[in-house]
Ligand binder design. Structure first.
Ligand SMILES: [Zn+2]
Length: 295
């Protein structure tokens, strides 16, 4: 008789940005002040009505630091360029799946006018089986490699991450020696070791969103009390996972519900496909301020 098997628990997105942020705030008190200053500038420019259509097209130069133990983890250049291609679609809103944005929010989809150019790849063999959100991958003494000119380049580290972590990023205004974005080699790019449901390059899109000062859309609170400081993303209770059916109603946000198809939620790569205008405003203010060396 066929035995009914319990379905294996689906893989869920897990981002270490807030955990990493809390650690850095403890170690670097100026980080908090820098973040508050940036928040003030963002509020001011939002009130002044920054015209996003008039922002210049900015090219962000990218350094990819591959840190590997096994040959499989030493990912190919083709896999790296597949990630850059995915970023250029998502951040310019030329991704084909934006057609799936529900009708009420179609007009919210916004081109950030940021593009990404691969400038350099470094490859470092390590003895470490995996890394976590403690920035070990960013120092030679802990089996990693330091960033290349982090004021000038967006540094991405691609490495094995433990505990189901897909990636984490550092918000603007933090220490230079750890600035950048870390991504699990299994969730990087769209080919090679990239593994479903995280094989459309969107872990990097999400994490680079954090790098340009975006918060999770549920504001990392376990209820409806927090804010992502973005006026055009509805308030929502917590992360959404997998591929939700629209609408998902929480926090009195009926009839349209959570904007779970936003890059800053926790859904699968195939279920996220938009940034809003007010998210783009935050990113552009970060680029004009603490991230101005990048592009
Ligand atoms: Zn995140």
């Amino acid at each position: 008789m066929p035995k009914k098997r319990a379905k294996a628990r689906a893989l869920r997105r897990s981002c270490g940005t807030m955990a990493a942020h809390m650690m850095l705030l403890e170690q670097h008190p100026s980080f908090r002040a820098n973040q508050m200053r940036l928040e003030g500038t963002t509020d001011r420019l939002r009130s002044a009505g920054l015209d996003l259509l008039k922002t210049r097209l900015a090219t962000i130069k990218v350094v990819v630091n591959v840190v590997y133990k096994t040959a499989e983890q030493d990912i190919s250049t083709a896999q790296i360029t597949s990630q850059i291609r995915a970023l250029n679609k998502d951040f310019r809103a030329t991704n084909a799946d934006k057609a799936s944005v529900p009708a009420p929010w179609k007009g919210f989809v916004t081109d950030s006018r940021l593009k990404f150019k691969l400038t350099k790849v470094t490859r470092t063999q390590t003895k470490k089986a995996s890394f976590t959100h403690d920035d070990g991958v960013k120092k030679a003494s802990t089996g990693g490699v330091p960033p290349t000119s982090p004021k000038k380049y967006l540094n991405l580290w691609v490495c094995p991450l433990g505990g189901g972590l897909l990636g984490y990023a550092q918000f603007p205004g933090g220490p230079s020696s750890t600035d950048g974005v870390v991504i699990n080699y299994k969730a990087f790019g769209t080919t090679g070791t990239a593994t479903a449901p995280f094989n459309k390059g969107r872990t990097a899109t999400h994490e680079i969103g954090h790098f340009f000062n975006l918060r999770h859309i549920w504001a990392d609170t376990p209820d409806c009390s927090g804010s992502d400081m973005v006026p055009d993303t509805p308030n929502c209770a917590g992360p959404n996972y997998g591929k939700p059916a629209w609408p998902v109603i929480t926090c009195n946000n009926a009839p349209h519900g959570d904007m779970f198809m936003n890059y800053m939620d926790y859904v699968d790569d195939a279920a996220m496909y938009m940034f809003t205008a007010q998210q783009v405003l935050r990113m552009r203010v970060a680029l004009a301020g603490p991230r101005s060396g990048l592009g």
